[in-house]
Write a protein of this length. Structure first.
Length: 168
């Protein structure tokens, strides 16, 4: 995994984290491998709210919720309800997996549930787009966001599987 530095001097990696805690590991003379290990230990003890993939998934849930409430009244409890539940389930499963991060298998399992919910959200959005042409612009935008979240989730799952160490 490559390291990048943003304009504010914060260290970013693989798109999972939005901000650095300011410890300056790379500037302290650590090698990349040591920096990764130390960064993992530091991050695993942080909050799930710092995860970019969580932030994007949460935003997706909010936007899908708002869109679903604009559907015709007879769809509020059918397609609308399914869309809301699937979209919100993405971030909720990330949170639950993060809460179980002490156990790698549990962490990965809930991230995979989040990925499945992401796929389900895309399908409900496709139904909405195909059934209600008036919402095609909004649904296309959300389908693109689902793709972004899905790709970030895939990379995050791979990183957890390859590099996860239980917090102490």
């Amino acid at each position: 995994m490559g390291w990048m530095q943003d304009t504010g001097g914060r260290i970013l990696d693989a798109g999972f984290w939005r901000q650095d805690s300011g410890c300056g590991i790379l500037d302290a003379g650590y090698g990349i491998r040591d920096a990764w290990r130390l960064r993992q230990e530091e991050r695993i003890s942080g909050s799930y709210r710092e995860l970019e993939v969580y932030q994007l998934a949460h935003e997706l849930g909010v936007l899908a919720h708002r869109l679903s409430l604009q559907l015709p009244k007879h769809e509020l409890f059918e397609t609308g309800s399914q869309l809301r539940r699937a979209a919100k389930s993405v971030s909720v499963n990330i949170v639950e997996g993060y809460g179980r991060r002490r156990y790698k298998a549990e962490f990965v399992r809930f991230l995979i549930y989040a990925q499945a919910s992401c796929d389900e959200t895309a399908e409900w959005l496709a139904y909405t787009k195909d059934c209600y042409k008036d919402f095609s612009v909004e649904t296309e935008s959300l389908i693109e966001q689902v793709g972004v979240v899905g790709r970030k989730l895939n990379r995050f799952i791979s990183a957890v599987e390859a590099n996860h160490q239980s917090p102490k």
